[in-house]
Design a protein around this ligand. Structure first.
Ligand code: ZN
Length: 145
């Protein structure tokens, strides 16, 4: 397995700001997290392709304790499961003010230690306006395409 594929398996995200997931060349199923065979038809013809970044919050929880100082400074910290419009369910950090069943957009972000992860944020203009300030306040940055 190549080093870049190892990183993808570790983080679930390629090194790009666009939401890029594996789509099966045989059945068109979108696979997430990354895998070597399609989870629907077991074909090995998986291609990284940009997908729509929209989804809906299915469930969420708020962490009230963390051993990671970067998170401990900002508790409670919300994490959610997101049903992506393209099919899979993804776990993502959740921007402030997002409730269960809300429509969200997923962004690839990077924490202070360089770990890549998904962030679900609101889709309205106000949520987008507040996003950059919130990311800066917690020490995260958006990964640019
Ligand atoms: Zn398939």
């Amino acid at each position: 397995m190549s080093a870049s594929m190892t990183a993808v398996f570790r983080t679930g995200l390629p090194a790009t700001g666009a939401l890029t997931l594996q789509r099966c060349g045989r059945c068109r199923h979108v696979n997430y997290p990354p895998r070597e065979l399609c989870g629907h038809c077991l074909a090995d013809d998986l291609q990284w392709q940009p997908v729509a970044d929209g989804g809906v919050v299915q469930s969420l929880t708020r962490l009230s304790y963390s051993l990671e100082p970067a998170y401990a400074e900002h508790l409670p910290w919300a994490i959610a499961s997101i049903r992506l419009d393209c099919g899979p369910i993804a776990l993502a950090h959740l921007a402030p003010g997002i409730a269960c069943h809300a429509r969200v957009a997923l962004r690839a972000i990077q924490d202070r230690a360089g770990n890549r992860m998904l962030l679900a944020t609101g889709i309205d203009t106000e949520a987008q306006r507040l996003l950059a300030g919130w990311l800066q306040s917690v020490g995260f940055k958006e990964i640019q395409a």
